[in-house]
Design a protein around this ligand. Structure first.
Ligand SMILES: [Zn+2]
Ligand SMILES: [Zn+2]
Length: 294
């Protein structure tokens, strides 16, 4: 976060570098490998889909550990982080920065990129990238001022960020070809997004007093399975208490409740609906209005 505070071009230079790098790589891949549109599904392709399902807990859990520098020496850690940030499209640097905000201000609607308070699950699933951009923008204006120069910088950051995402999608399409892009990359990506959105949604709760609290979830077949394939993803209270531990399921749980945020004013939000109810309630938008945030 210090580099972000010191350098107004910290994220812009990263997105520009990504755009140049992936534009060159895509051109080379298109020239020497070409596009593959062949589909021709075979029965054993179901094993590829199965592999994507089994691996779906890995990308974000390891990327998340890279953000905390828990994956070996710094160079290896960052290399793996860059690879997984590319796999998840939004990149390592922006994810790490957003995640540090999440740890510093958990459930605080002003600076946490994904407080689930007031969100329906489906709205929460599709919101983190946009919500992270809002938080980063808010922090950027706070550190560097809100003027025509900083507004132009933010606008360029968003443009290059979006272009870099499009180039990374093209990159994976060229790498996998249409068939494996559809039966391996897409299920891996989408399931990973759902699994990790639910980890955050289910472990950052509103307790009976209306405060935000972070809990561990470990009972039941689903939580046991995901905790196994994601290195303790649902042991989120443990993770917030000791982020430097690679697998928080290995920590002895504290008896004390972890209250992450106590609303100063009436921030009553709609009662949470069932997980798969098709509602798009946007908690951040509601809270921003109530707190008069820009
Ligand atoms: Zn959290
Ligand atoms: Zn973390």
């Amino acid at each position: 976060m210090n580099k972000f505070k010191k350098n107004p071009n910290y994220l812009l230079s990263y997105s520009i570098a990504h755009c140049i790098f992936f534009a060159v790589i895509c051109l080379l891949l298109a020239a020497f490998k070409g596009f593959s549109y062949e589909v021709n599904f075979k029965s054993y392709d179901s094993l590829v889909v199965l592999l994507a399902i089994i691996l779906c807990g890995l990308p974000s859990s390891v990327l998340h550990n890279c953000a905390h520098r828990n994956v070996g020496p710094r160079f290896t850690n960052d290399l793996i982080g860059e690879f997984l940030g590319t796999l998840m499209l939004y990149g390592y640097r922006g994810f790490t920065l957003g995640h540090m905000f999440h740890h510093k201000y958990p459930d605080n609607p002003e600076f946490d990129p994904h407080p689930p308070r007031g969100y329906s699950f489906l709205r929460f699933v599709i919101s983190p990238v946009k919500a992270t951009l809002i938080i980063i923008e808010r922090a950027y204006f706070k550190f560097f001022g809100n003027n025509s120069k900083t507004r132009a910088n933010i606008s360029m950051q968003k443009t290059f960020f979006n272009v870099s995402i499009a180039l990374k999608v093209l990159f994976w399409f060229l790498v996998f070809g249409l068939k494996y892009f559809l039966i391996f990359y897409l299920p891996l990506y989408v399931l990973n997004i759902f699994v990790f959105a639910h980890i955050n949604y289910a472990t950052h709760i509103e307790n009976s007093e209306g405060n935000s609290e972070i809990i561990n979830l470990k009972d039941g077949l689903y939580y046991k399975f995901v905790n196994l394939v994601s290195f303790g993803g649902y042991y989120h209270k443990n993770h917030h208490l000791r982020p430097q531990v690679f697998n928080p399921s290995k920590i002895i749980e504290s008896d004390e409740n972890y209250i992450s945020y106590v609303p100063e004013i009436d921030l009553k939000t709609p009662k949470r609906s069932k997980i798969f109810e098709l509602k798009l309630v946007n908690g951040l938008e509601q809270l921003s209005k109530k707190l008069n945030l820009e």
